[in-house]
Design a protein around this ligand. Structure first.
Ligand code: NDP
Ligand code: 2IT
Length: 453
């Protein structure tokens, strides 16, 4: 059977065995098809059935989370941890708290994480978890109660050498604090079982900033390889959470001008440049809507979500040189990418996981827009999580500058392997193919070496 037929067969099987898991199917579809140049050249991966094996998680835990709301009533949510692949090291990946979370979402994120973590070359396997709990509108007390109830079950499945969760959408340092406190109370252990911890109790300096900073380092490397740089570039960034905020911060450092960001309710367009102090105050401290930004800065335009163009998102219809999708999956559609292209956008740099829809990616390739795939561009977060694990294990604390220098080098290494792999497989500049093949090769070669476990 030809490699392309094998890929079709695996995808058919997934459709049958994982009905309704659309995002998981989408992620697998993208990875497997982009592996064809490798599969055509090296028959070992099909001989060892690696495709069939790599799409199945090693373990999936789904559990009930009962917690007490402020009215004294018991509420119920679902919790998930998908331990996808531990060939290269302990399972590593974030936890997402968002009402849209279901098994298909957690599996897509876990699958992506395998190859992202392999690209860091830091000895970490892939996993992901979360809950359909919606932190919006919940009191401080309710968020703490939920985190404690969630950890009451999760603790038995994780461990500093087994599975090390971290943050993702809806899980920041506050939630990690409540989760860690409960883990410590239940197990009577103080170890590095979570990353993204507070810097006073085992957290790494620069972990909070790492995903956004790393995304910008990746973009700068990519532009440099094309005899260009971020200097004076107009940038738009979606989202206004952890990744978006520190993308904006680092863009200023490189002399670029970020003019827009968004949240689930609307978009801010501030032509003279997003004011980072206001943004942090609204989003990191009081967690308010971006509408408040426009109340403070009268020269900024607020576009509510219901004014979005049909099939698209306002943030991508603002003229820019570089777009940084940094909110969520499938947030950059064909409609959006056509607008970006029309407005002269040169590079789309994915800070989020799988933010670009498949038809939008096809259009990007057809038009030759530069494209940084998320599993390479946003790997700085998980890489710095591994640096946190390393500090915890050796009982050391590194300075902000020490961690940032390491992050910078790691992003350089990731760019190099992804770029070089794209050249090796005759797809020069197709970093999606480069990232998928480079990540896959590291995991698949190791699976072959470790036998039929
Ligand atoms: P946050 O929760 O800090 O921020 C998420 C932002 O995206 C918010 O502004 C949120 O708006 C917006 N958003 C989320 N979901 C939706 C949606 N369905 N529609 C519209 N807007 C939405 O998360 P992060 O910044 O940590 O994560 C952003 C992305 O980056 C995710 O794809 C995540 O998987 C990825 N990522 C995160 C890493 C990390 O270290 N945190 C590492 C690598 C990737 P609102 O507040 O209104 O909901
Ligand atoms: O998607 C991701 O890489 C993350 N949410 C970070 C994972 C981690 O373990 O730091």
């Amino acid at each position: 059977m030809k490699p392309s037929q094998q890929v079709e067969k695996v995808l058919e099987h997934i459709k049958k065995c994982s009905p309704g898991q659309n995002e998981f199917y989408q992620a697998v579809n993208e990875v497997l098809f982009s592996l064809l140049p490798l599969l055509n050249e090296d028959s070992r991966y099909l001989e060892y059935n690696i495709l069939q094996r790599i799409v199945v998680p090693e373990r999936t835990v789904i559990f009930k989370v009962n917690w007490l709301n402020d009215k004294g009533k018991i509420e119920t949510n679902l919790g998930y941890r998908v331990q996808f692949n531990s060939t290269l090291g302990p399972y590593k990946g974030g936890l997402r708290f968002h009402p849209s979370v279901n098994l298909g979402i957690v599996k897509f994120l876990g699958f992506e994480q395998i190859f992202k973590n392999a690209l860091t070359d830091l000895g970490i396997g892939g996993g992901k978890g979360g809950s359909n709990f919606d932190p919006k509108g919940k009191s401080e007390n309710e968020i703490m109660k939920f985190c404690q109830a969630f950890m009451l079950e999760l603790y038995r499945h994780i461990g500093k050498d087994t599975d090390i969760p971290a943050g993702d959408i809806g899980v920041g340092s506050k939630e990690i604090g409540y989760l860690y406190g409960q883990y410590r109370k239940i197990t009577n252990k103080f170890d590095g079982v979570l990353t993204g911890k507070g810097v006073n109790w085992g957290g790494s300096k620069a972990r909070k900033e790492a995903t956004g900073y790393g995304s910008v380092y990746f973009a700068e490397n990519y532009l440099n390889a094309n005899d260009d740089s971020l200097q004076n570039k107009i940038c738009t960034v979606s989202g206004s959470g952890n990744v978006a905020i520190y993308t904006i911060e680092k863009l200023y450092y490189f002399g670029a001008k970020p003019v827009a960001c968004s949240d689930s309710r609307g978009t801010i367009y501030h032509k003279k440049g997003i004011d980072l102090t206001t943004l942090k105050a609204i989003k990191e401290i009081t967690r308010q809507s971006l509408e408040v930004y426009a109340e403070i800065h009268h020269d900024a335009i607020y576009i509510p979500v219901n004014k979005y163009p049909k099939g698209g998102h306002a943030v991508w219809h603002i003229p820019c040189d570089i777009a940084f999708p940094s909110a969520t999956q499938n947030e950059l559609t064909l409609t959006d990418v056509k607008a970006l292209y029309k407005n002269g956008c040169k590079l789309i740099n994915e800070g989020a996981n799988m933010p670009t829809t498949p038809d939008a990616i096809d259009f990007i390739k057809e038009k030759g827009i530069l494209f940084s795939p998320g599993k390479a561009a946003n790997a700085g977060g998980v890489a710095t999580s591994q640096l946190e694990m390393s500090q915890n294990a050796s009982m050391q604390r590194w300075t902000f500058a020490e961690v940032d220098i390491k992050l910078h080098q790691i992003m350089r290494n990731i760019f190099d392997i992804v770029y070089d792999t794209s050249i090796e497989f005759d797809c020069k500049g197709d970093l999606m193919v480069g990232a998928n093949i480079a990540g896959f090769k590291r995991v698949a070669d190791s699976m072959i070496e470790q036998g039929s476990i």
